[in-house]
Ligand binder design. Sequence first.
Ligand code: FPP
Length: 221
Amino acid sequence: MDGNGRWALARGRKRREGHRAGTETIERLLDHLLEIKIPFVSLYAFSTENWKRPPTEVKAIFELLDEFIITRLEKLVRQGVRVVASGDLSRLPPKSQALLKDAIDKTKHAKRLIANFCLNYGSRDEIHRAAFFYAQSKKNKVNTKPPSEKEFRRFLWRPDLPDIDLLIRTAGEVRLSNFMLYQAAYAELYFTEKTWPEFEEKDIDDAITEFSRRKRKFGGL
Ligand code: FPP
């Protein structure tokens, strides 16, 4: 969800306002995904590297997350959106942790769309943890074989989510930036110049149209 800051600065506004506009894009995007019956979405909202930002910006991002949950939770429940999260939430401000826990709990039976909020998320961190917990599950016994994919995936943050089909990055950046490196092994990548606050329903449709034109072989012929 790149480009919130640039969107704001280009309009003589504060970066925080860009993140607020980005939050509105999230709401529109969820509405649209429900309409076109997409069952899973992961949103890279705060990375393990984003802590390097000025404390005022970090604070603003979590305040917006809190506000999003407070003002939209009822709607999410009504719509059948299940909130889940990836990342070590214990480093989040206590208020955000409590609100997220409540959102996860209140939406746990929702069936129409799983929205995975990646918060304090980093793919390397996820893989290191998975390796650690895998080893622990074997009681650190020396194994003669590496784990199978199925055995290893159990230790990722959300083993219940499928691999990524389509990965969209906005605002002209052409990198993965530590996002779901394991799950994106065969993802189709889609990059757009539009900033996240400018990203609209039609842009999702365009990305999906482009995705449906691609021939996916998963290493086969
Ligand atoms: C990337 O744009 C955006 C972020 C790092 C933060 C995204 C967070 C939110 C939209 C608010 C959180 C709310 C919810 C509901 C998850 P950037 O700041 O890197 O923009 P730039 O590249 O133009 O500087």
